[in-house]
Design a protein around this ligand. Structure first.
Ligand code: ZN
Length: 310
């Protein structure tokens, strides 16, 4: 893959050498036109408390910080650790298990787990609608031993995938962990992620996809594939490439990942895939999004009742 000017780790650290530099970067990303109170929207009647690095809003009386109402709120991690985490998670082809990330960042495994989960909240919303020829398919992920079930084998998790087929390359990708591959489950994802009137969705002859066009209004091309893998690879080259890469990544890196986290990994995988030719741009977007992704709720942090970071 061609790549752009993604900085190396050293250049990245030279650019963000300390908390202050990171803080200023986030401030400019969050409020390019000057401070606006995240509690009440006031943008004039405030002062900045330099010693506390907080704003005092005279309109509502709150004293927000740079991380107020963002996914970084209530975390005690250095901003630089977040920046480095974003660098690693968004620009490394295969991603990391929380154990590996914890070692790289010199933090607890639990901290790395929450870090990655919060970064996935950035990656999720960036998926755009797919255009042109779109290969859609489903696959089943995992199903090996799961630490949560103490070694009993678990059912494989169905994943719906759609990727733009640009002939000699793949375009953007969307991956969704679904409860099953029934038509009524898949249809809403087709409607949400594939641009009606601007796309032709290409699927195999699985029952799920019969009459997909009639049900969703998306132009549909159903291709009957015989049982031979080779033919499916030729007709659906990009989604098969995606499944192969995804399975390699998940089996090599995320064997200890819980099922509840699968969508997070899919979002991070897709984000990296969709920015693979512009990793620097993807990283810049992610760094800005650290303070724009909205406040994280406990519901968003699946299973994260004890969302402490240390
Ligand atoms: Zn206010």
């Amino acid at each position: 893959m061609p790549n752009d000017d993604l900085p190396g780790v050293l250049s990245f650290l030279e650019r963000f050498p300390d908390e202050d530099t990171c803080w200023h970067h986030l401030r400019d990303a969050r409020w390019p036109d000057g401070f606006e109170c995240p509690m009440c929207g006031e943008d004039e009647d405030w002062i900045f408390l330099d010693n506390r690095k907080r704003w005092h809003c005279y309109e509502c009386g709150h004293q927000p910080s740079i991380t107020s109402q963002t996914i970084l709120e209530n975390t005690n991690l250095d901003l630089q650790t977040w920046f480095l985490a974003a660098y690693l998670v968004f620009t490394t082809k295969k991603g990391f298990s929380s154990y590996e990330l914890a070692r790289k960042l010199e933090v607890h495994q639990e901290t790395a787990w929450y870090l990655q989960q919060r970064l996935a909240l950035i990656a999720g919303p960036y998926a755009r609608r797919l255009f042109g020829i779109v290969e859609a398919d489903e696959s089943y992920i995992g199903g090996k031993r799961d630490t949560e079930t103490k070694g009993r084998s678990t059912a494989k998790a169905p994943v719906f995938g759609a990727v733009e087929d640009k002939d000699d390359s793949a375009g953007d990708l969307v991956l969704k962990h679904v409860p099953n591959a029934q038509a009524e489950t898949i249809d809403p994802h087709v409607e949400e992620h594939i641009a009606k009137d601007k796309a032709t969705v290409r699927t195999d002859g699985l029952n799920t996809y019969r009459y997909l066009g009639e049900r969703t209004g998306v132009d549909h091309e159903l291709v009957r594939v015989s049982q031979q893998d080779e033919e499916a690879h030729e007709i659906f080259p990009w989604i098969h490439t995606v499944w192969g890469n995804l399975k390699r990544v998940l089996s090599g890196v995320h064997t200890k990942a819980s099922r509840a986290q699968l969508q997070d990994y899919l979002d991070l995988f897709s984000y990296r895939f969709n920015h693979r030719a512009q990793l620097a741009e993807g990283l810049e977007k992610a760094l800005g999004a650290l303070v724009q992704a909205g406040r994280v709720t406990r519901e968003q942090l699946k299973g994260g009742a004890a969302a402490k970071l240390y």
